[in-house]
Design a protein around this ligand. Sequence first.
Ligand SMILES: [Cu+2]
Length: 213
Amino acid sequence: MRKSLLIAGASAAGLLLAITGAAAVPVSSHNKSGHDYVADLQPLNAGEHTVGSDTYTIPTASGSAVVNLKGNDLTVTISVAGVTPLTLHPQHIHAGTMCPVASDDVNNDGFVDVIEGLPKYGAVLISLDSDVGSFAPSLDFPVSDASGSYAYSQAASKSHLQKELKGALKLGDRHVVIHGIDPANPLPASVQSLPGLPAWATLPVACGELVRQ
Ligand SMILES: [Cu+2]
């Protein structure tokens, strides 16, 4: 009787271990991998735009942006296709709550330029250049390959970013915006840009809302 109780106890403990062991696997692996905010990047300004006698063709960009948070480690990974080949692509996390739509083209020139997009995607929060933790102006952004694709991955300290921004990141409220078209095809003068930057470098070509997974 006593022996069988011990056996029963041992097997119950074994069962408990098996259950908690099984339960612990996804929990610990979740902790190890942190959590992701993912943006499905959709094209902006894609297609043909006819202004006067000129036609401008903006490529149809797509891709994804993932911001992974693991403890204090923040890693941004971006994969983009369909952009102008061999061209600089400024990219940012913007502070606003929406991606612009065609009706945000307030001057009716057929383009939603970087300024017209601001009421929707907001100001630049974090510049996704070669040093995410630095807020110094930089144009060290990805350059697409000959097929119009690029991949980007950079890490930063979450606490450092929040200190610089003087507030929480609130990634679930943010958007990722990709900019940049062919510098050899100048845009109409009606396409506004940021001070000191040509319109080809700032025209938004893709945008996506960061959503916690
Ligand atoms: Cu931007």
